[in-house]
Design a protein around this ligand. Structure first.
Ligand code: GTP
Ligand code: MG
Length: 196
């Protein structure tokens, strides 16, 4: 699947702009700056495909990427929990994010990215509750594993496991990734490839 063609399709700012839901779709959600765009680049092996940046709030649209020619969509969502964004903008993103997550029939799985140094925060819980109520299966991906010391790893994993246990839509397996070092990328690719 990932050996095939990947391309940017479009950035969407309103529900009316969504492409037809005629393909298998997975999305990447998470706090601003957690590494969503970088992960999409690592998965597809194309560095500049999704725009990554040090500036939180870089991705402000729902960005659609085609994968495997025309069989799948990868979706890069705007980050949440960015404290410095203007309230009106935050509310607009949140509305769009909520409508998308709750209303997308072909969405097979949401990957909820969590910074491996910080664990699950209250804004992450909010998204998880939203996914529960929309009955969208979600799976946690810990990012920036290269920045976590070995001795802190189990503690964070326990915290994340504890948080997931409260959510009926959570898929139990947690994937530890580093887009920098490549950890977990092959596993994540194979998970996406097995979704039907
Ligand atoms: P928004 O679009 O603002 O929501 O952010 P995002 O979640 O798309 O984050 P992005 O991919 O832009 O990455 C944010 C920063 O984290 C960038 O400086 C990346 O280089 C860095 N980063 C992402 N993944 C990793 C990783 O696995 N390891 C390390 N060390 N840095 C990473
Ligand atoms: Mg981004």
């Amino acid at each position: 699947l990932f050996a095939g063609q990947t391309d940017f399709l479009k950035g969407v700012v309103a529900m009316s702009g969504l492409p037809a839901g005629d393909r298998i779709e997975v999305c990447f959600a998470g706090r601003s700056n957690v590494g969503k765009s970088t992960l999409i680049n690592a998965l597809t092996g194309r560095k500049g495909l999704a725009r990554a940046s040090n500036t939180p709030g870089r991705t402000q649209e729902i960005n659609f990427f085609t994968l495997g020619g025309d069989s799948h969509y990868l979706v890069d969502l705007p980050g949440y929990g960015y404290a410095n964004a203007p309230v009106a903008i935050v509310e607009k993103w949140q509305r769009l994010l909520k409508s998308y997550l709750a209303g997308r029939q072909n969405l097979r799985r949401a990957f909820v990215l969590i910074d491996a140094r910080h664990g699950v925060k209250s804004v992450d819980e909010e998204i998880m509750r939203l996914l529960d109520s929309a009955a969208v299966t979600f799976q946690c991906v810990l990012t920036k594993a290269d920045k976590v010391k070995e001795k802190d790893r189990e503690r964070i994993l326990d915290q994340v496991r504890g948080a997931l246990a409260k959510h009926p839509a959570a898929f139990p397996e947690i994937i530890l990734t580093s887009s920098e070092k490549g950890d977990g990328i092959a596993i994540l690719r194979s998970i996406i490839a097995t979704l039907e």
